[in-house]
Design a protein. Structure first.
Ligand code: FAD
Length: 99
């Protein structure tokens, strides 16, 4: 559960790739912040791409530090739904304060 923050100096708009990465850095630096997302984490990957899309780089490359793709080998190309799941799992890992 995201702690109830009513006043914050650092606001991240959007919980896509960029917003989640930013939140991870802010969390590591112990900087209180909120991430505001109008749809859902990595929603653009779920509904803003054609169904057959896979990441255009291999899994070893197209990932965040410290987390591999569970069901795709390093040389595989991850389907878009799994990319979205991955970002959501990553956000959960450090309890990203997404609203
Ligand atoms: C066809 C295609 C293929 C791609 N393939 C790859 C790939 O293989 N590998 C790769 O690394 N990258 C790939 N990219 C690029 C990648 O999708 C983008 O670079 C990445 O998603 C950008 O992340 P982002 O967080 O900046 O934006 P987005 O992922 O678009 O996230 C922005 C988020 O902000 C939210 N938002 C927007 N406005 C507001 C608002 N006013 N208030 C609250 N929330 C808001 C949206 O709902 C969304 O969730 C591809 C892009 C496209 C179009």
């Amino acid at each position: 559960m995201t702690p109830e923050i009513t006043k914050v100096d650092t606001l991240v708009v959007g919980a896509g790739q960029a917003g989640i990465a930013m939140s991870e850095h802010l969390t590591r630096l112990d900087i209180p912040h909120l991430v505001l997302e109008k749809q859902g984490i990595a929603q653009a990957w779920r509904t803003g791409r054609w169904d057959s899309l896979v990441a255009n780089g291999p899994a070893w490359h197209d990932r965040f530090p410290g987390q591999t793709f569970a069901d795709t080998g390093p040389d595989g190309f991850v389907p878009k739904e799994r990319v979205a799941d991955y970002f959501a799992e990553y956000a959960q890992r450090f309890n990203a304060p997404v609203r």
